[in-house]
Design a protein around this ligand. Sequence first.
Ligand code: ATP
Ligand code: MG
Length: 368
Amino acid sequence: MARIDLDLAHSYVPDPRTDEDYALLPLKFTFEDGGAYALLGPSGCGKTTLLNCISGLLRPSHGTIAFDGRDVTAATPQARNIAQVFQFPVIYDTMTVGENLAFPLRNRGVPEAQVRERVGRVAEMLDLSSTLDRRASGLAADAKQKISLGRGLVRHDVSAILFDEPLTVIDPQLKWQLRRKLKEIHHEFRLTLIYVTHDQTEALTFADQVVVMSRGKAVQVGPADALFERPAHTFVGHFIGSPGMNFLTGQWRDDAVELAGRHYTPTLTPSVEAALRAAGSFRIGVRPEYLHLAPERDAQAVPVRVERAQDIGTYWLLTGTVQEAGAQAGTLRARLGTEAASLRAGDTAWLSVFNRHTCYYVNEELVP
Ligand SMILES: Nc1ncnc2c1ncn2[C@@H]1O[C@H](COP(=O)(O)OP(=O)(O)OP(=O)(O)O)[C@@H](O)[C@H]1O
Ligand SMILES: [Mg+2]
Protein backbone atom coordinates (compact mmCIF):
# COMPACT_ATOMS: atom_id res chain seq x y z
CA MET A 1 0.00 0.00 0.00
CA ALA A 2 1.16 3.49 -0.65
CA ARG A 3 0.74 7.12 0.26
CA ILE A 4 -0.32 9.02 -2.86
CA ASP A 5 0.65 12.67 -3.33
CA LEU A 6 -1.04 14.66 -6.08
CA ASP A 7 0.00 18.04 -7.30
CA LEU A 8 -1.65 18.31 -10.67
CA ALA A 9 -4.21 19.71 -13.08
CA HIS A 10 -5.71 18.19 -16.19
CA SER A 11 -7.14 19.56 -19.38
CA TYR A 12 -8.37 17.46 -22.28
CA VAL A 13 -7.80 20.38 -24.67
CA PRO A 14 -4.26 20.97 -25.95
CA ASP A 15 -3.99 24.65 -25.12
CA PRO A 16 -6.15 25.43 -22.08
CA ARG A 17 -6.87 29.12 -21.46
CA THR A 18 -9.75 29.47 -19.05
CA ASP A 19 -10.86 27.48 -15.98
CA GLU A 20 -13.60 25.94 -18.14
CA ASP A 21 -10.91 24.26 -20.26
CA TYR A 22 -9.81 22.19 -17.25
CA ALA A 23 -11.49 18.93 -16.23
CA LEU A 24 -9.36 19.18 -13.07
CA LEU A 25 -8.26 22.54 -11.72
CA PRO A 26 -4.91 22.70 -9.88
CA LEU A 27 -5.19 20.26 -7.01
CA LYS A 28 -2.77 19.42 -4.24
CA PHE A 29 -3.79 16.48 -2.11
CA THR A 30 -2.43 13.48 -0.22
CA PHE A 31 -4.18 10.14 0.11
CA GLU A 32 -2.68 8.64 3.26
CA ASP A 33 -1.44 5.05 3.25
CA GLY A 34 -4.25 2.71 4.33
CA GLY A 35 -7.02 5.32 4.17
CA ALA A 36 -10.52 4.76 2.77
CA TYR A 37 -11.49 7.69 0.56
CA ALA A 38 -14.50 8.56 -1.55
CA LEU A 39 -14.54 11.01 -4.44
CA LEU A 40 -18.05 12.41 -4.41
CA GLY A 41 -19.64 14.85 -6.81
CA PRO A 42 -22.19 15.31 -9.60
CA SER A 43 -21.77 13.99 -13.13
CA GLY A 44 -18.96 15.68 -15.04
CA CYS A 45 -17.16 17.14 -12.01
CA GLY A 46 -13.95 15.23 -12.77
CA LYS A 47 -14.08 12.12 -10.57
CA THR A 48 -13.12 9.64 -13.26
CA THR A 49 -10.48 12.00 -14.62
CA LEU A 50 -8.87 12.17 -11.19
CA LEU A 51 -9.09 8.41 -10.67
CA ASN A 52 -7.54 7.72 -14.07
CA CYS A 53 -4.69 10.13 -13.28
CA ILE A 54 -4.01 8.15 -10.10
CA SER A 55 -4.14 4.78 -11.84
CA GLY A 56 -2.02 5.89 -14.77
CA LEU A 57 -4.68 5.36 -17.44
CA LEU A 58 -4.41 9.10 -18.01
CA ARG A 59 -1.35 11.29 -17.78
CA PRO A 60 -2.23 14.68 -16.24
CA SER A 61 -1.52 17.59 -18.56
CA HIS A 62 0.16 19.45 -15.68
CA GLY A 63 1.96 18.45 -12.50
CA THR A 64 3.03 15.25 -10.80
CA ILE A 65 1.89 12.17 -8.90
CA ALA A 66 4.07 10.40 -6.35
CA PHE A 67 3.61 7.03 -4.63
CA ASP A 68 5.50 6.90 -1.32
CA GLY A 69 7.57 9.87 -2.44
CA ARG A 70 8.52 8.26 -5.78
CA ASP A 71 7.48 10.18 -8.90
CA VAL A 72 5.20 7.93 -10.98
CA THR A 73 3.76 10.58 -13.30
CA ALA A 74 5.03 8.79 -16.40
CA ALA A 75 4.51 5.24 -15.08
CA THR A 76 1.91 2.84 -16.53
CA PRO A 77 -0.90 1.40 -14.38
CA GLN A 78 1.02 -1.88 -14.25
CA ALA A 79 4.20 -0.21 -13.03
CA ARG A 80 2.16 1.66 -10.42
CA ASN A 81 0.79 -1.64 -9.19
CA ILE A 82 -2.80 -0.46 -9.01
CA ALA A 83 -6.00 -2.50 -9.03
CA GLN A 84 -8.99 -0.75 -10.60
CA VAL A 85 -12.64 -1.83 -10.60
CA PHE A 86 -14.88 -0.15 -13.14
CA GLN A 87 -18.58 0.60 -13.34
CA PHE A 88 -19.28 -2.43 -15.53
CA PRO A 89 -17.87 -5.95 -15.17
CA VAL A 90 -14.50 -6.60 -16.78
CA ILE A 91 -14.11 -10.37 -16.74
CA TYR A 92 -13.22 -13.26 -19.02
CA ASP A 93 -16.43 -15.03 -20.07
CA THR A 94 -14.59 -18.15 -21.21
CA MET A 95 -13.01 -18.70 -17.78
CA THR A 96 -14.62 -20.03 -14.64
CA VAL A 97 -15.30 -17.75 -11.70
CA GLY A 98 -12.28 -19.21 -9.89
CA GLU A 99 -9.99 -18.71 -12.89
CA ASN A 100 -11.16 -15.13 -13.20
CA LEU A 101 -10.35 -14.45 -9.56
CA ALA A 102 -6.97 -16.15 -9.85
CA PHE A 103 -6.00 -14.35 -13.04
CA PRO A 104 -4.32 -11.26 -11.50
CA LEU A 105 -2.25 -13.56 -9.28
CA ARG A 106 -1.26 -16.19 -11.88
CA ASN A 107 -0.42 -13.35 -14.23
CA ARG A 108 2.21 -12.24 -11.72
CA GLY A 109 3.58 -15.73 -11.11
CA VAL A 110 2.24 -16.09 -7.57
CA PRO A 111 2.79 -19.69 -6.32
CA GLU A 112 -0.29 -21.90 -6.84
CA ALA A 113 -0.82 -22.68 -3.15
CA GLN A 114 -1.00 -18.97 -2.39
CA VAL A 115 -3.33 -18.42 -5.35
CA ARG A 116 -5.74 -21.02 -4.00
CA GLU A 117 -5.61 -19.53 -0.53
CA ARG A 118 -6.30 -15.97 -1.67
CA VAL A 119 -8.99 -16.94 -4.19
CA GLY A 120 -10.74 -19.03 -1.53
CA ARG A 121 -10.67 -16.17 0.92
CA VAL A 122 -11.95 -13.52 -1.48
CA ALA A 123 -14.64 -15.87 -2.84
CA GLU A 124 -15.84 -16.45 0.69
CA MET A 125 -15.99 -12.74 1.46
CA LEU A 126 -18.05 -12.08 -1.64
CA ASP A 127 -20.26 -15.19 -1.37
CA LEU A 128 -18.83 -16.65 -4.55
CA SER A 129 -17.50 -19.91 -3.06
CA SER A 130 -20.29 -22.07 -4.47
CA THR A 131 -19.81 -20.73 -8.00
CA LEU A 132 -16.01 -21.08 -8.30
CA ASP A 133 -16.22 -23.86 -10.91
CA ARG A 134 -18.93 -22.26 -13.00
CA ARG A 135 -18.35 -20.52 -16.31
CA ALA A 136 -18.56 -16.76 -15.81
CA SER A 137 -20.51 -16.32 -19.07
CA GLY A 138 -23.73 -17.72 -17.62
CA LEU A 139 -23.89 -15.41 -14.63
CA ALA A 140 -26.11 -12.37 -14.05
CA ALA A 141 -24.69 -8.85 -14.22
CA ASP A 142 -24.39 -8.40 -10.46
CA ALA A 143 -22.60 -11.74 -10.00
CA LYS A 144 -20.18 -10.72 -12.76
CA GLN A 145 -19.57 -7.41 -11.02
CA LYS A 146 -18.81 -9.29 -7.79
CA ILE A 147 -16.13 -11.16 -9.72
CA SER A 148 -14.71 -7.81 -10.89
CA LEU A 149 -14.62 -6.65 -7.29
CA GLY A 150 -12.93 -9.91 -6.31
CA ARG A 151 -10.31 -9.48 -9.00
CA GLY A 152 -9.59 -6.04 -7.56
CA LEU A 153 -9.29 -7.38 -4.03
CA VAL A 154 -7.41 -10.61 -4.63
CA ARG A 155 -3.91 -9.15 -4.63
CA HIS A 156 -2.53 -7.98 -1.32
CA ASP A 157 0.57 -6.30 -2.75
CA VAL A 158 -1.12 -3.47 -4.66
CA SER A 159 -0.37 0.21 -4.01
CA ALA A 160 -4.06 1.07 -3.95
CA ILE A 161 -7.43 -0.19 -5.14
CA LEU A 162 -9.52 2.24 -7.14
CA PHE A 163 -13.24 1.84 -7.63
CA ASP A 164 -15.21 3.83 -10.20
CA GLU A 165 -18.91 3.56 -9.27
CA PRO A 166 -18.56 -0.21 -8.92
CA LEU A 167 -22.04 -0.86 -7.54
CA THR A 168 -24.07 0.77 -10.33
CA VAL A 169 -25.27 -2.56 -11.78
CA ILE A 170 -25.92 -4.11 -8.36
CA ASP A 171 -29.45 -4.20 -6.92
CA PRO A 172 -30.07 -2.04 -3.82
CA GLN A 173 -30.14 -4.83 -1.20
CA LEU A 174 -26.91 -6.43 -2.41
CA LYS A 175 -25.39 -2.98 -2.80
CA TRP A 176 -25.84 -2.35 0.88
CA GLN A 177 -24.22 -5.70 1.74
CA LEU A 178 -21.28 -5.18 -0.59
CA ARG A 179 -20.65 -1.72 0.76
CA ARG A 180 -20.39 -3.18 4.25
CA LYS A 181 -18.17 -5.95 2.93
CA LEU A 182 -15.80 -3.44 1.37
CA LYS A 183 -15.62 -1.60 4.63
CA GLU A 184 -14.82 -4.82 6.50
CA ILE A 185 -12.19 -5.72 3.94
CA HIS A 186 -10.65 -2.31 4.37
CA HIS A 187 -10.46 -2.76 8.12
CA GLU A 188 -8.98 -6.21 7.78
CA PHE A 189 -6.34 -5.48 5.14
CA ARG A 190 -5.71 -1.74 5.70
CA LEU A 191 -5.72 -1.12 1.97
CA THR A 192 -5.59 2.35 0.45
CA LEU A 193 -9.01 2.51 -1.17
CA ILE A 194 -10.34 5.28 -3.38
CA TYR A 195 -13.97 4.99 -4.28
CA VAL A 196 -15.76 7.16 -6.84
CA THR A 197 -19.48 7.76 -6.51
CA HIS A 198 -22.13 10.42 -7.00
CA ASP A 199 -24.21 8.83 -4.23
CA GLN A 200 -23.67 10.55 -0.89
CA THR A 201 -24.94 7.61 1.17
CA GLU A 202 -22.45 5.35 -0.53
CA ALA A 203 -19.61 7.82 0.04
CA LEU A 204 -20.46 8.61 3.64
CA THR A 205 -20.89 4.99 4.73
CA PHE A 206 -17.83 3.70 2.94
CA ALA A 207 -15.15 6.31 3.42
CA ASP A 208 -13.30 7.78 6.38
CA GLN A 209 -12.53 10.84 4.29
CA VAL A 210 -14.78 12.18 1.56
CA VAL A 211 -13.42 14.45 -1.16
CA VAL A 212 -16.38 16.51 -2.40
CA MET A 213 -15.83 17.69 -5.96
CA SER A 214 -17.55 20.36 -8.03
CA ARG A 215 -16.53 21.40 -11.55
CA GLY A 216 -12.98 20.11 -11.46
CA LYS A 217 -12.33 21.29 -7.94
CA ALA A 218 -12.05 19.53 -4.58
CA VAL A 219 -14.25 21.87 -2.53
CA GLN A 220 -13.98 20.05 0.80
CA VAL A 221 -12.24 17.02 2.23
CA GLY A 222 -13.42 15.60 5.50
CA PRO A 223 -15.23 12.94 7.45
CA ALA A 224 -19.02 12.65 7.12
CA ASP A 225 -19.83 14.66 10.24
CA ALA A 226 -17.68 17.63 9.18
CA LEU A 227 -19.40 17.74 5.78
CA PHE A 228 -22.73 17.70 7.52
CA GLU A 229 -22.02 20.11 10.38
CA ARG A 230 -19.64 22.59 8.77
CA PRO A 231 -19.91 22.56 4.97
CA ALA A 232 -16.93 24.59 3.74
CA HIS A 233 -18.82 25.79 0.69
CA THR A 234 -22.52 26.31 -0.06
CA PHE A 235 -22.17 23.64 -2.76
CA VAL A 236 -21.30 21.04 -0.11
CA GLY A 237 -24.23 22.22 2.03
CA HIS A 238 -26.61 21.72 -0.91
CA PHE A 239 -25.09 18.48 -2.11
CA ILE A 240 -24.81 16.65 1.22
CA GLY A 241 -27.99 15.98 3.15
CA SER A 242 -31.53 15.01 2.29
CA PRO A 243 -32.81 17.55 1.64
CA GLY A 244 -29.70 19.74 1.58
CA MET A 245 -28.87 22.75 3.71
CA ASN A 246 -31.19 25.79 3.56
CA PHE A 247 -29.66 29.13 2.59
CA LEU A 248 -31.13 32.57 3.25
CA THR A 249 -29.60 35.92 2.40
CA GLY A 250 -28.95 38.21 5.36
CA GLN A 251 -27.51 41.72 5.81
CA TRP A 252 -25.50 43.22 8.63
CA ARG A 253 -27.41 46.31 9.80
CA ASP A 254 -27.46 48.29 13.08
CA ASP A 255 -25.24 45.73 14.85
CA ALA A 256 -27.65 42.93 14.02
CA VAL A 257 -28.49 40.39 11.35
CA GLU A 258 -31.30 41.58 9.14
CA LEU A 259 -33.30 38.85 7.47
CA ALA A 260 -36.50 39.46 5.52
CA GLY A 261 -37.07 42.80 7.23
CA ARG A 262 -36.58 41.56 10.80
CA HIS A 263 -33.60 42.00 13.09
CA TYR A 264 -31.88 39.16 14.94
CA THR A 265 -29.06 39.02 17.44
CA PRO A 266 -27.74 35.45 17.27
CA THR A 267 -24.77 34.44 19.38
CA LEU A 268 -21.75 34.84 17.11
CA THR A 269 -18.05 34.36 17.74
CA PRO A 270 -16.10 37.65 17.48
CA SER A 271 -14.45 36.50 14.25
CA VAL A 272 -17.77 35.58 12.60
CA GLU A 273 -19.31 38.87 13.69
CA ALA A 274 -16.35 40.81 12.27
CA ALA A 275 -16.58 38.92 8.96
CA LEU A 276 -20.34 39.51 8.61
CA ARG A 277 -19.95 43.18 9.48
CA ALA A 278 -17.21 43.54 6.87
CA ALA A 279 -19.14 41.65 4.19
CA GLY A 280 -22.43 43.49 4.69
CA SER A 281 -24.34 40.81 2.80
CA PHE A 282 -23.98 37.07 3.44
CA ARG A 283 -25.78 33.74 3.41
CA ILE A 284 -27.17 31.97 6.44
CA GLY A 285 -27.00 28.17 6.20
CA VAL A 286 -29.12 25.89 8.36
CA ARG A 287 -29.83 22.20 7.90
CA PRO A 288 -33.45 20.94 7.83
CA GLU A 289 -32.56 18.79 10.88
CA TYR A 290 -31.67 21.89 12.91
CA LEU A 291 -34.82 23.88 12.29
CA HIS A 292 -37.43 23.66 15.03
CA LEU A 293 -40.86 25.15 15.54
CA ALA A 294 -40.61 28.13 17.88
CA PRO A 295 -43.30 30.03 19.76
CA GLU A 296 -45.06 32.71 17.74
CA ARG A 297 -43.07 35.98 17.56
CA ASP A 298 -40.04 34.36 19.23
CA ALA A 299 -37.18 36.88 18.93
CA GLN A 300 -34.81 34.40 17.24
CA ALA A 301 -37.41 32.76 14.99
CA VAL A 302 -38.26 33.44 11.35
CA PRO A 303 -41.89 33.38 10.20
CA VAL A 304 -42.54 31.22 7.14
CA ARG A 305 -45.66 30.67 5.12
CA VAL A 306 -46.33 26.95 5.04
CA GLU A 307 -46.52 25.45 1.56
CA ARG A 308 -46.93 21.88 2.70
CA ALA A 309 -46.16 19.46 5.52
CA GLN A 310 -45.54 15.91 4.30
CA ASP A 311 -45.38 12.74 6.36
CA ILE A 312 -42.17 11.04 5.12
CA GLY A 313 -42.47 8.09 7.50
CA THR A 314 -39.76 8.70 10.07
CA TYR A 315 -40.25 12.48 10.06
CA TRP A 316 -42.40 15.30 8.72
CA LEU A 317 -40.98 17.53 6.02
CA LEU A 318 -42.18 21.10 6.22
CA THR A 319 -41.68 23.32 3.18
CA GLY A 320 -42.30 27.01 3.66
CA THR A 321 -41.40 30.37 2.19
CA VAL A 322 -39.83 33.28 3.99
CA GLN A 323 -41.79 36.40 3.10
CA GLU A 324 -40.39 39.87 2.77
CA ALA A 325 -42.71 42.80 2.04
CA GLY A 326 -45.18 40.37 0.55
CA ALA A 327 -42.54 38.87 -1.77
CA GLN A 328 -40.81 35.51 -1.38
CA ALA A 329 -37.30 35.87 0.11
CA GLY A 330 -36.37 32.20 0.23
CA THR A 331 -37.54 28.65 0.89
CA LEU A 332 -36.95 26.66 4.08
CA ARG A 333 -37.25 22.93 4.50
CA ALA A 334 -37.45 21.55 8.02
CA ARG A 335 -37.38 17.98 9.32
CA LEU A 336 -39.88 18.00 12.13
CA GLY A 337 -41.74 15.57 14.37
CA THR A 338 -45.48 15.01 14.63
CA GLU A 339 -45.93 18.62 15.80
CA ALA A 340 -45.92 19.44 12.07
CA ALA A 341 -49.01 17.29 11.45
CA SER A 342 -51.40 20.13 12.27
CA LEU A 343 -49.79 22.63 9.88
CA ARG A 344 -51.79 23.53 6.78
CA ALA A 345 -50.83 25.33 3.59
CA GLY A 346 -51.08 29.08 4.14
CA ASP A 347 -50.42 28.88 7.91
CA THR A 348 -47.58 30.87 9.42
CA ALA A 349 -44.96 28.78 11.23
CA TRP A 350 -42.10 30.26 13.28
CA LEU A 351 -38.80 28.47 12.78
CA SER A 352 -35.67 28.82 14.91
CA VAL A 353 -33.12 29.56 12.19
CA PHE A 354 -30.40 30.80 14.54
CA ASN A 355 -28.79 28.21 16.78
CA ARG A 356 -25.36 26.77 17.46
CA HIS A 357 -25.44 24.73 14.22
CA THR A 358 -26.09 27.73 11.98
CA CYS A 359 -23.32 28.46 9.45
CA TYR A 360 -22.52 31.74 7.69
CA TYR A 361 -21.17 32.13 4.17
CA VAL A 362 -19.48 35.01 2.42
CA ASN A 363 -18.89 34.55 -1.33
CA GLU A 364 -20.20 30.99 -0.90
CA GLU A 365 -17.32 30.13 1.49
CA LEU A 366 -17.89 29.24 5.13
CA VAL A 367 -16.93 31.94 7.61
CA PRO A 368 -14.69 29.98 10.00
N1 ATP B 1 -11.76 11.74 -22.95
C1 ATP B 1 -12.25 12.96 -22.76
N2 ATP B 1 -12.07 13.96 -23.68
C2 ATP B 1 -12.55 15.19 -23.48
N3 ATP B 1 -13.26 15.57 -22.41
C3 ATP B 1 -13.48 14.66 -21.46
C4 ATP B 1 -13.01 13.31 -21.58
N4 ATP B 1 -13.39 12.62 -20.50
C5 ATP B 1 -14.07 13.49 -19.71
N5 ATP B 1 -14.13 14.71 -20.28
C6 ATP B 1 -14.75 15.92 -19.71
O1 ATP B 1 -14.10 16.20 -18.48
C7 ATP B 1 -15.03 16.58 -17.47
C8 ATP B 1 -14.94 15.62 -16.30
O2 ATP B 1 -15.36 14.34 -16.71
P1 ATP B 1 -15.29 13.05 -15.80
O3 ATP B 1 -15.64 11.88 -16.66
O4 ATP B 1 -13.99 13.02 -15.09
O5 ATP B 1 -16.47 13.35 -14.76
P2 ATP B 1 -17.14 12.39 -13.68
O6 ATP B 1 -17.19 13.17 -12.43
O7 ATP B 1 -16.47 11.06 -13.66
O8 ATP B 1 -18.64 12.23 -14.24
P3 ATP B 1 -19.64 10.97 -14.16
O9 ATP B 1 -20.25 11.01 -12.78
O10 ATP B 1 -20.67 11.29 -15.21
O11 ATP B 1 -18.89 9.71 -14.43
C9 ATP B 1 -16.39 16.59 -18.15
O12 ATP B 1 -16.66 17.90 -18.55
C10 ATP B 1 -16.20 15.68 -19.35
O13 ATP B 1 -17.06 16.05 -20.39
MG1 MG C 1 -17.09 9.09 -14.02
